[in-house]
Design a protein around this ligand. Structure first.
Ligand code: HEC
Ligand code: HEC
Ligand code: HEC
Ligand code: HEC
Length: 266
């Protein structure tokens, strides 16, 4: 009987091989280890130099010698210059100082409206230390690695590798980040947005809790307003058709993520 069960499990594993690969390297919650943000796994698949102590946090954080403490950057807020401190939570990597093109449109142009706009405010700059495709994933702790701009071919819906979110057009073709949410929310003529205390659909996290408070500027929207970089319990995109969670704070089903902020049922 026992033998039979083992055979069945083996067959099921082969059939579910595809799904199992996701379970082993996912982005649907369950923590860093074994996730899409477990660089030891990524470098096993893509080459490069893995951490000799098999640490996972070390690719992004260090207890000592961290990058850019107290580095200041200017941003224009209503015609005045405000200096903000670069967000660098014990960062073990080179921090991006790149100038990326910004998303603007006829209906969205905070700088033109005299509002703060700098896509690099808050944790977004940290994402760029891998996702602009210019800094190798295995460049950390002062080491120079080689593996940049490589992701698996399922990581996009556009037919080619989109690991480099900040590559080519910079951030001009990406959902805007780096502006004060309530600046837009108060503009009810242009925008239909949920209040900052409302929660992500299906979850308990408020919009306010995923905005980064920058002193002198306000609570800004960042990459971390949609993605949980640590693949923690806040990831609610559990059963997407694409088979992966993208570390998203709400489900893709019926675009619950988008409707968590954009009040399009008015
Ligand atoms: C792929 C990069 C990456 C890895 C790996 C990573 N972090 Fe982070 N961590 C970030 C980023 C980006 C932020 C800031 C953005 C945010 O808080 O969402 C952050 C913020 C933090 C913070 C401060 C703010 C907060 O969210 O609590 C702590 C503490 C932290 N990480 C601990 C850890 C620990 C412990 C590990 C390993 C188990 C780890 N991180 C692994 C990227 C990473
Ligand atoms: C240390 C480098 C590094 C940092 C820093 C980093 N990432 Fe990643 N990220 C990766 C790698 C490597 C992958 C996996 C690529 C693959 O396997 O195809 C990935 C994958 C992803 C994915 C796709 C997950 C999926 O389901 O395929 C998302 C979304 C993502 N990262 C968002 C972020 C955000 C947001 C930040 C900042 C808050 C960030 N990352 C910071 C290296 C990094
Ligand atoms: C408004 C929400 C939102 C913001 C803000 C956001 N993302 Fe995403 N991101 C998504 C969604 C949703 C997906 C899943 C793919 C899709 O639905 O097209 C995704 C996918 C990704 C992927 C997987 C590759 C791909 O092209 O699909 C990466 C990497 C990523 N995001 C990184 C980032 C980084 C870095 C930032 C900040 C510059 C960021 N995201 C800001 C919603 C967001
Ligand atoms: C965390 C809140 C949040 C989430 C989640 C979110 N957005 Fe946004 N989005 C905003 C804010 C705030 C703006 C700027 C004000 C506006 O244009 O409504 C914006 C801007 C946009 C714009 C640009 C509008 C313009 O005027 O040019 C589009 C389009 C958009 N979002 C679509 C989406 C889609 C599609 C999703 C889901 C994949 C999504 N958003 C998820 C907050 C969010």
């Amino acid at each position: 009987m026992k033998k039979q069960i083992i055979t069945l499990v083996a067959v099921a594993s082969i059939a579910a091989g595809y799904t199992m690969a996701y379970a082993a390297a996912g982005s649907q919650g369950g923590g860093i280890v074994g996730s899409k943000h477990d660089m030891n796994l990524f470098l096993t698949t893509n080459g490069g130099v893995k951490d000799t102590d098999t640490r996972t946090c070390a690719y992004c954080h260090t207890p000592h010698h961290a990058a850019a403490p107290g580095q200041m950057v200017d941003v224009q807020v209503g015609g005045a210059t405000v200096s903000y401190e670069v967000y660098s939570p014990l960062w073990s990597r080179t921090l991006s100082n790149g100038n990326y093109d910004q998303y603007v449109s006829a209906t969205f142009n905070p700088a033109l409206d005299g509002k703060a706009y700098d896509p690099m405010m808050g944790p977004s700059r940290l994402c760029m230390s891998c996702h602009d495709g210019s800094i190798a994933v295995d460049s950390y702790y002062g080491k120079t690695g080689t593996v940049a701009q490589r992701g698996d071919d399922l990581m996009n819906y556009f037919g080619s590798n989109h690991f480099a979110i900040g590559g080519s057009y910079g951030l001009a073709n990406d959902h805007p980040v780096g502006f004060v949410y309530t600046d837009m929310q108060s503009d009810t003529i242009k925008y239909e947005l949920k209040g900052v205390t409302s929660t992500f659909i299906g979850g308990t996290k408020s919009i306010l809790s995923v905005l980064t408070d920058i002193p002198g500027v306000g609570a800004v929207m960042t990459c971390a307003s949609c993605h949980d970089v640590h693949n923690g319990p806040a990831v609610l995109n559990k059963t997407p058709a694409s088979g992966r969670g993208y570390f998203l704070l709400a489900s893709q089903t019926d675009s619950a993520l988008c409707l968590s902020c954009h009040d399009k049922n008015k």
